[in-house]
Design a protein around this ligand. Sequence first.
Ligand SMILES: NC(=O)c1ccc[n+]([C@@H]2O[C@H](COP(=O)([O-])OP(=O)(O)OC[C@H]3O[C@@H](n4cnc5c(N)ncnc54)[C@H](O)[C@@H]3O)[C@@H](O)[C@H]2O)c1
Ligand SMILES: [Zn+2]
Length: 348
Amino acid sequence: MQPSMSLNYAASLSKYPDKGVLGKEELIDSATKVEEKVALLAEAIRRAQKIVFITGAGISTSSGIPDFRGPNGVWTLEEKGLQPTINVDFDLAKPSFTHFALNSILKSGKSCYVISQNVDNLHLKSGFPRERLSELHGNIFTERCLSCGREYLRGVPTKTIGLKKTGRLCTTLKSNNRPCRGKLVDSVLDWEDSLPWDELAESEYQCSMADLCLILGTSLQIQPVGNMPFKTKRHGGEIIIVNLQKTRMDQHADLVIHEKCDKVFRLLCSELKIKVEEGIANLPCSNELRVIKEAYRSDPPPIVKYKVKRIKVCTEDDIQSVNIKTKNADSDKNGSTIKTTNIALKLE
Ligand SMILES: NC(=O)c1ccc[n+]([C@@H]2O[C@H](COP(=O)([O-])OP(=O)(O)OC[C@H]3O[C@@H](n4cnc5c(N)ncnc54)[C@H](O)[C@@H]3O)[C@@H](O)[C@H]2O)c1
Ligand SMILES: [Zn+2]
């Protein structure tokens, strides 16, 4: 199934037993409360030197793309044998007021960074610059070169998800004037795929540096994004949430607004006297491929996958003797030396 529509995207993901908490009640604060809270949000934005916005499916529901875990979300309804009544083609979806507002806040001179879990391309469609954006779960319109890491934006959605080869090659010229020819893959993560390491590192850095982490339209149930606001808090910054459902981060937040994002941003931008431009960015048409992110600045870090699963405290009888082989960090010239350590533990 091609993930060109939001419902098909959900159906393209492989089966996964635990989809999180589904269908919690959505809340709306009274109009007076929303006004008071938006005034506080405006003050926090004025105070902040650096702002990180963490966005989720909730900022795109007004664009016609259903979320997953809201009362009308794809998975909430699926449990009841139903399907959402809204299901816009990713090609046709237009950015929401909130997408445009984020771009206008950036243009007003605020230092902003967006960390998005969405794959719908609406941040780029609203004109938000790629270099101020991390798309941690990918983008249905982008392809990445396995060799140099360059990212290409296309006018049509990719036919697959799960980092599969698209059959196209990287055409960018290297310094020797020859094309890279690395294989291009789609960028949308399936369950348990690794997040793009460069985007992840930048997101963590931006969260640590931010005075304000503003969370918009996400249930924060997916990791590692769900814990990123703690980085802001640990470095002395504030957390503010705009979401309809309660989240596990609410108790750590300085302010929680239960109202639709678009409503909050209309009030907020009027309070901040920021005019929101709603023009769609000039993006590639059909099969045109355009480089939107340059090659990796450094080599990818080695993937460390060394895990001993849950170790229990155990009795003498349970103990087995195990040899654990580890790579020695001080490897010799011929490569790494293998060190064998004998330890006693109980493996489940
Ligand atoms: N648009 C998209 O690209 C899209 C759509 C569905 C799911 N996803 C995927 O879902 C996963 C992440 O989950 P998530 O937390 O983003 O989604 P989620 O479905 O878990 O949570 C969405 C949250 O947004 C809230 N919400 C819905 N409409 C809102 C509105 N107008 N204003 C304020 N809040 C609103 C809901 O109450 C809910 O708590 C990601 O992996 C993402 O790739 C993406
Ligand atoms: Zn390349």
